[in-house]
Design a binder for this molecule. Structure first.
Ligand code: GLY
Length: 573
């Protein structure tokens, strides 16, 4: 029976009957050619658009919508494609958050964040002296939470139109036929292949004696087989049967703790989004267990009463105001935010006007604020996490951020199954006051507990203007995610920038601890000097985020933009 379905599905992309043969969209002579493609940074499309971290994934999302799928279908197909062509963050071994708005106004928040395994415990990363062993929370088998992505994609499918079997086929094709690497991908594989070889217990496709180079083809046969099992058996093709057995066997070989029961009992959850107004725009973002929506609401409401536009784009005054909002919001993150199913998050208060105004009472426009000096780590520059934004012809909006946490996650490939596992356990607070890989600290609210979901910074966001769909936006970047979305929105709303300029503009980031401001290399030099004079410690770092945004223009066309910082690319029609 399965064989017949696959045979039929292998040839079909649309149509009401599952066995109606329709040509595949992936191939050297097909609409999506994995051996020849180009990065497209900006585009204006009449009907539908996708912006994601990889040109092939964006093209697949657009092709699915062309064939009758809606934005939710495209979100599923694009994420699955990213799991093949963007293995450092696209994933089936990680988790994410989807925020959607249907044309009828219904808001959908799907939480498929990884969960802590049943054998996990609060102090599992402390040695006998109570010292944190961050090498264990950040890499290797013990670093992984129970993957949520496949459960999330099936939860998303409730809002889609095409059969799941159809939506997964392009990813199967990409994995089995292979795809050609860009220069950035080849260099990324070269920088990580040794770590993957060291952490994995079986040979992987990333490992080879010679260096990867642009134009090489990556074929992932084991991953293709895993995707086929999901195509044939649904979510149970991942959480049960052969794939689950391979995950558990990998865990046993590498002294990890995820069990078959952990996998079988994982479920995606629906969450009510966070909604707030900013200068006549309605902003919708993700609630805990992501900190993203709370941080975004706090930061934007803190600056709303100030004339940001008059202060000028990235002048010392406007940047200082925005930094001080960042500082206050991130201080709250460390204290109050965690998985609401395990910790009472004072959500209403945190986003209430009265509380937010109170927080800015001690803001001094002439002087740098200070954060309590406690130990905090250094922000690392990795291309962790990935975001996709989608708008369809009907007006459905989707914003998805998905992650393995660090670049290539735990750097463990599941033997025989061909996909990378996350290192999301590091997003928990392994010990109060001890910084994680992003320098973020936390306490009891985000302590490890079996079943609990680790606090995230992912901020998939939608914006309504005049009660109509306006913008879908989001970004990777660990703790810099909320500040990147915040700055892109201020650039669009306060400084009237087009989406591409708003996301490409130099960024700055403050997260309370460490008490310093991180700026990109192209950040305005005179503003930097003026901030230093006020007392800010400024540290230059590599690119912040890779933001993808799509806006609906007054003439209804879709203005899509992909971040300049990577191979990010738009597609549409
Ligand atoms: N792992 C990055 C985040 O969820 O914020």
């Amino acid at each position: 029976m399965n064989k017949l379905i696959i045979f039929c599905i292998g040839m079909l992309y649309m149509g009401t009957a599952i066995c109606q043969p329709i040509p595949s969209i992936v191939g050297s002579d097909k609409e999506v050619n994995p051996y020849q493609y180009t990065v497209v940074k900006r585009g204006e499309f009449k009907q539908a658009a996708v912006s994601s971290a990889h040109p092939l994934a964006s093209m697949i999302g657009a092709a699915i919508m062309k064939r009758g799928g809606n934005a939710f279908d495209a979100a599923i197909a694009t994420q699955l494609a990213l799991a093949v062509v963007y293995p450092n963050a696209g994933n089936i071994g990680g988790g994410g958050f989807l925020l959607g708005r249907k044309t009828n106004g219904e808001l959908i928040g799907i939480d498929y964040r990884e969960a802590s395994p049943e054998k996990s415990s609060r102090d599992m990363y402390l040695d006998q002296q109570g010292n944190p062993q961050l090498n264990l929370s950040q890499a290797g088998h013990l670093a992984s939470g129970i993957p949520g992505t496949i459960a999330g994609l099936f939860a998303t499918h409730a809002y889609a139109k095409l059969p799941f079997e159809v939506l997964i086929q392009p990813a199967i094709d990409l994995a089995s036929m292979g795809y050609v690497l860009t220069e950035k991908e080849a260099s990324s594989f070269n920088s990580v292949k040794e770590f993957i070889a060291k952490n994995s217990t079986t040979p992987t496709v990333f490992d080879r004696a010679i260096r990867w180079k642009v134009g090489d083809t990556l074929v992932q046969k084991e991953l293709a087989q895993t995707l086929i099992r999901i195509q044939q058996n649904g979510a149970m093709g991942f959480y049960d049967g052969k794939t689950a057995e391979l995950i558990v066997a990998e865990m046993q070989r590498g002294k990890g703790i995820i069990t078959l029961n952990d996998l079988k009992s994982y479920t995606a959850k629906l969450r009510n989004p966070i909604i707030f107004n900013y200068r006549d725009h309605e902003i919708i973002s993700f609630a805990p267990p992501s900190s993203g929506g709370v941080l975004l609401a706090q930061m934007m409401k803190m600056i709303e009463k100030y004339p940001v536009n008059k202060m000028g784009f990235q002048t010392p005054n406007s940047v200082q105001l925005m930094i001080e909002a960042e500082r206050r919001a991130y201080a709250d993150r460390a204290e109050y935010l965690g998985d609401p199913d395990y910790w009472k998050v004072p959500l209403k208060t945190l986003v209430s006007n009265a509380y937010i105004q109170e927080r800015m009472k001690d803001y001094d426009p002439n002087k740098a604020g200070t954060s309590t000096a406690i130990k905090a780590g250094i922000i690392k520059e990795t291309e962790e996490t990935t975001h996709l934004s989608i708008l369809d012809a009907l007006g459905n909006m989707v914003s998805v951020t998905t992650t393995l946490n660090g670049s290539y996650g735990s750097r463990v490939v599941v033997g025989g199954a061909g996909f990378l596992l996350n290192n999301e356990m590091d997003d928990f607070s392994v010990k109060p006051g001890v910084a994680n890989m992003y320098g973020a600290v936390g306490g009891e609210a985000n302590a490890i507990q079996p079943g609990k979901r680790m606090l995230s910074s992912m901020t998939p966001t939608l914006v309504m203007k005049d009660k109509k769909p306006y913008l879908t936006i989001g970004t990777p970047g660990g703790t810099t995610i909320p500040t990147s979305v915040y700055q892109a929105l201020v650039n669009i709303i306060d400084f009237n920038m087009v989406v591409g300029d708003a996301i490409d503009a130099a960024k700055f980031h403050h997260q309370w601890l460490p008490d310093e401001v991180f700026v990109e290399k192209d950040f305005n030099l005179s503003t930097k000097l003026a901030l230093q004079k006020m007392g800010y410690r400024i540290t230059e770092r590599g690119g912040i985020g890779r933001t993808e945004g799509i806006r609906i223009l007054p003439n209804k066309r879709k203005e899509a933009a992909a971040d300049k910082r990577g191979d990010d690319s738009v597609a549409g029609f």
